[in-house]
Design a protein around this ligand. Sequence first.
Ligand code: GUN
Length: 291
Amino acid sequence: MVLVSGKEVSNKIKDEIAVEVEKLKKNGRKIPHLAAVLVGEDGASRTYVNAKVKACERVGFGSSLVKLDSNISEADLLVEIEKLNNDTEVDGFIVQLPLPKHIDEQKVTEAIAPEKDVDGFHPVSLGKMLLDIPSFLPATPYGITEMLKHYNIPTEGKHCVVIGRSHIVGSPMSVLMARNSYPGNCTVTLTHSKTQNLAEITKAADILIVAIGKPEFITADMVKEGATVIDVGIHRIEDSSKKSGYRLLGDVNFDEVAPKCAFISPVPGGVGPMTIASLLKNTLLAVQLRD
Ligand code: GUN
């Protein structure tokens, strides 16, 4: 069994990005700048956004954090987005999700200028992805393709089963794995909450990508011997023995499933760090596509 270490791959990608930033600096060009919008005080969202800002520092990007009150109106949030769209210092920005219930996430996503949509959630970005036009790929699926590439995991002709059809992970993941490229050329089955006989389908997977949002849902009996398993789940489970007060679990019962796998990504240290590396890659791409 080979551990698919997102931590390792993301560090390599960050080193490569840092080299590109140095080149830009040497040539007297603008340093890429990523901004993040955080609405409210959700603990997990704050942690993710802080990690994104820290990653910017690590590669030499400029960054800014726009913190907004959870009571902000949708109209006022749209004004903030318009400011970022027009700010020439900012090359790309994200609005951390989820947003408070009174705000329409789709409306907010569509307000982001497509050329700054480094999360790749805008309909223009997703449309370009479908058409194989270079654009911003959603960070999590993009990160997973980078992991598969790094470990030379064979994908052509393989059966890839994706669990979860969210707009930001499952759906784009299924598109990327079916594309005529590497990684890709898989026969893809996209499963979701209405799927019948899920275990029968997962057992037939050469590559299983799990984004179901249920802690340790995938057990050994649901996985084929020699499969590649990528765990997108991340759950905070209360644990008073930890300094933080919690430990992290994925959607896969790692201890049970790992011995059956050819490749498996852990939680933490798997997909999570790759998401941030992809966001940085997209921000660099924003600069390259513009210049
Ligand atoms: N919430 C969970 N994942 C993401 C992500 O990739 N981007 C944003 N903006 N919010 C998220």
